[in-house]
Design a protein around this ligand. Structure first.
Ligand code: 3HC
Ligand code: NAI
Length: 712
């Protein structure tokens, strides 16, 4: 094909175009939003290489993407559909086999299948700020287009194993250091593609055909990773398959890829894959704000009351999102501590490259304001209260803040348990009163639980959602009740751990059961993190509010003994169920003094302990759903995974029940009720669903448009 026919961009199909510029064949991908390697991308890319290969005078090819990122992975939406040629692994092999050398330019988040395409090119250049990774394991699968074979060839077995089994994203600098890419540069993708291709042509950028490289054998790295995952993730399916696939990288590449494909297919069939991919899409769906309420609502300034653990985190999140913050505290000492924590947080953000030093100086020079008088909140559009979990103090600050706040400004409480409707009684403008419940540590936890009081207006909800979007977190919206959704379920997990202690289960066994069930930490450890004195305060407040209806249990005794008598509050004072020394912790040997001597571990079935911990949380979620505190099944699932790390491979608390089948779940609850007590009694909704053989997703199909009532 003569060169001149391809001057200027020519579309190969809707998502791929080509052009020729001075002997360089350029291929551009444009498949918004993330250039996922859909069928159209794969076939277009194949055709583009074919066409350019036949064009006169073309010596090298350069591949780049338009939009926010190079390919961010295979198109997950195509999973489960009949395969359409070419498959991604075939395309990667075709690219690698191209007689014309191909350089690719990476930007944004080059992930999964995107990095696999890149690794099959003959040179890789990344723009500054690019992140690369093989996150398939987080979706319950493994890199299935040669990633498990090419990453070890480029970066070594040990490093590839770490990337593939954690799914972590790494910086371009780190990728360069480990040989995954060849160069980092500045510029925009097309211009960099042209320049890189020129360098490939004149030899100043060298070519590597990954399939021809040999990964240095490293049996020790493989065995170490096997031992580590057997200990830390015994229940997960795909991480172990990832190791098996990488272990095949000593084979010729096509043989290794056959083994990779076989293991990939096994993962695709696993229910864990279904759960994790379900969670991926649910998480994105709940973040969406319906069209009707998308008008800008102008939150240009935030007020935060209380600069403790939560308040300082909340203030930092707003500052990092570019919002000015006024922090108020009860006295100068409190204010000093709050500002110091925020300063430290900003320092950390500068170190991690999330904030420039100049912006930090601007923030500390006035974007962050502090005061000991709540009158300073007069200009804020949204005030978030994060003072002690104490009704009287919360009432007082609500009154003081509202006395100066603009009449249309929103007042939010970060309470972890106190019903919003009751806190709103202190407010003159209950329509503007809402719950915005953050999780600790604020910078790491992506979930925010929004709580609607009885009188909370749609406008207040829309403002809260806008704000959560601005700070790039994921909201779920729940109706008011004690403990809302997440705290209530988390407390059942911790409570079940305490009940096990009371049953005589050894503490270490309880903790292992939690982790083996897929929870990020054991229930006793979580109790320490949340703070046992806070748990005790919650129990005491609940007891006071419920009066004679409150049922005392072994949990009350254990908590009282730990907090009141032993002054063991958890991590915050260095002693709880664990003893803390710096970053190290070990189970407190004195636990039997509080709970009595444990029985031998053999008296308990670990599988049953694991189930107890998951079933209790799922059951509580079903109750909360029946009470209509939760109204969207996806929010239940997403809230459970992002809020308290409920075993992600299950897809979330309600998906866990759906996957087991409602009838089987109800049977298990009944069995546990007989054995462990009435707290396992299945609720009415579950029993009805079991009779109908219904699932949550079938019976309550999610309707995103109902999340925000029209805010007009
Ligand atoms: N396939 C299909 N759609 C995808 C996708 C993918 N791989 N990745 C993202 N999307 C969609 C999202 O669902 C969302 O759609 P929506 O707007 O309709 O809800 C949209 O792209 C934007 O995504 P985010 O809201 O997540 O945007 P962010 O900018 O916050 O994050 C991202 C971008 C870092 C790329 C993030 O989306 C992400 O982590 N994606 C998944 C990456 C991944 O897991 N890749 C591996 C896929 S599996 C694979 O490659 C198998 C292979 O080995 C064979
Ligand atoms: P904290 O004890 O670390 O901080 C509370 C801060 O409020 C202190 O700095 C205190 O000086 C300040 N304060 C007290 N009275 C005040 C007043 N009248 N005016 C201004 N400031 C005042 O407590 P933490 O952990 O930050 O909790 C705050 C709120 O957030 C509580 O309601 C808690 O239930 C909730 N929460 C806590 C979580 C956690 O994990 N710590 C998680 C989610 C919510």
């Amino acid at each position: 094909m003569p060169t001149e026919t391809l001057a200027g961009e020519t579309a190969v199909n809707d998502v791929v175009s080509i052009e020729i510029d001075g002997g360089i064949g350029l291929i551009a991908l444009n498949n918004p939003p993330v250039n996922a390697a859909s069928h159209a991308v794969r076939s277009g890319l194949w055709q583009a290489v074919e066409t350019l290969r036949k064009a006169d005078g073309v010596e090298v090819l350069a591949l780049y993407a338009k939009g926010r990122t190079f390919i961010a992975g295979a198109d997950i939406r195509e999973f489960g559909k009949p395969p359409a040629d070419p498959w991604l692994p075939e395309l990667c092999n075709f690219i690698e086999g191209s007689t014309l050398p191909i350089v690719c330019v990476l930007h944004g988040t080059t992930l999964g299948g995107g990095l696999e395409v890149a690794m099959s090119c003959h040179a890789r250049v990344a723009l500054k700020g690019t992140k690369v990774g093989l996150p398939e394991v987080t979706l319950g699968i493994l890199p299935g287009a040669g990633g498990t074979q090419r990453a070890p060839r480029l970066a070594g077995i040990s490093y590839a194993l770490d990337m593939i089994t954690t799914g972590r994203q790494v910086s371009a600098e780190e990728a360069l250091e480990h040989g995954l890419i060849d160069r980092i540069t500045d510029g925009e993708p097309r211009a960099v593609a042209l320049a890189a291709a020129q360098d490939l042509k004149d030899g100043s950028l060298s070519q590597r055909r990954t399939g021809d490289l040999v990964a240095t054998p490293d049996a020790a790295a493989i065995e170490t990773m096997r031992a580590k995952l057997a200990r830390t993730q015994p229940l997960l399916f795909s991480p172990h398959k990832c190791i098996d696939a990488v272990a095949a990288c000593h084979l010729p590449i096509l043989e290794g890829m056959k083994e990779e494909r076989r293991l990939y297919e096994e993962c695709m069939k696993s229910p864990q894959r279904a759960g994790l991919i379900h969670a991926f899409f649910s998480e994105r769906a709940v973040t969406k704000i319906p069209e009707a309420s998308q008008e800008p609502r102008q939150i240009s300034s935030i007020g935060v009351i209380g600069g403790g653990t939560m308040g300082s985190g909340i203030a930092t999140a707003a500052l990092l999102a570019g919002l000015p913050v006024t922090l108020t505290e009860r006295d100068e000492a409190g204010l000093g501590r709050g500002v110091q924590t925020i300063t430290g947080n900003l320092e950390g953000a500068v170190k991690r490259g999330k904030l420039t030093a100049a912006r930090r100086d601007e923030i500390l020079g006035g974007v962050l304001a502090g005061a000991t008088d709540h009158a300073a909140l007069a200009g804020a559009d949204l005030v978030i209260e994060a003072v002690f979990e104490d009704r009287e103090i919360k009432k007082a600050v609500t009154e003081q803040a509202e006395a100066v706040m603009k009449s249309r400004a929103i007042y939010a409480s970060n309470t972890s348990t106190l019903p919003i409707t009751s806190l709103a009684q202190a407010s003159k403008r209950p329509k503007n009163f809402i719950g915005i419940h953050f999780f600790s540590p604020v910078d790491k936890m992506m979930l925010v639980e929004v709580i609607l009081g009885k009188r909370t207006s749609d406008r207040a909800l829309a403002m809260a959602l806008d704000y959560i979007k601005a700070i790039k977190k994921t909201p779920i919206v729940v109706n008011d009740s004690r403990g809302f959704y997440t705290s209530r379920v988390v407390m059942t997990y911790i409570r079940e751990g305490l009940m096990m202690l009371a049953d005589g289960v050894p503490a270490a066994m309880i903790e292992n059961a939690g982790k083996m069930a897929g929870m990020p930490v054991g229930p006793l450890s979580l109790g320490d993190e949340v703070a046992l004195d806070l748990a005790w305060k919650i129990v005491s407040a609940t007891r006071k509010d419920l009066g004679v209806k409150y049922v005392e249990g072994p949990l009350d005794n254990i908590l009282e003994e730990m907090v009141v008598k032993q002054e063991r509050f958890g991590r915050k004072n260095g002693k709880g169920f664990y003893d803390y020394k710096g970053k190290d912790k070990s189970l407190w040997p004195g636990i039997p003094e509080v709970t009595g001597q444990p029985k031998p571990a053999e008296s308990f079935n670990i599988e049953e302990l694991k189930q107890r911990l998951l079933v209790m949380q799922a059951l509580e979620t079903a109750r909360i759903f029946e009470e209509k505190c939760l109204t969207d099944v996806r929010e239940a699932d997403v809230g459970s995974i992002l809020g308290f790390g409920f075993a992600p491979y299950t897809g979330g608390t309600l998906s866990y029940i759906d996957m087991m089948g409602t009838a089987a779940f109800v049977d298990l609850c009944k069995k546990f009720t007989r054995k462990w007590g009435p707290r396992f009694k299945p609720n009415k909704l579950l029993k009805e669903m079991a009779k109908e053989n219904a699932t949550f997703y079938g019976k309550f199909p999610p309707k995103p448009e109902e999340k925000v009532r029209d805010a007009a």
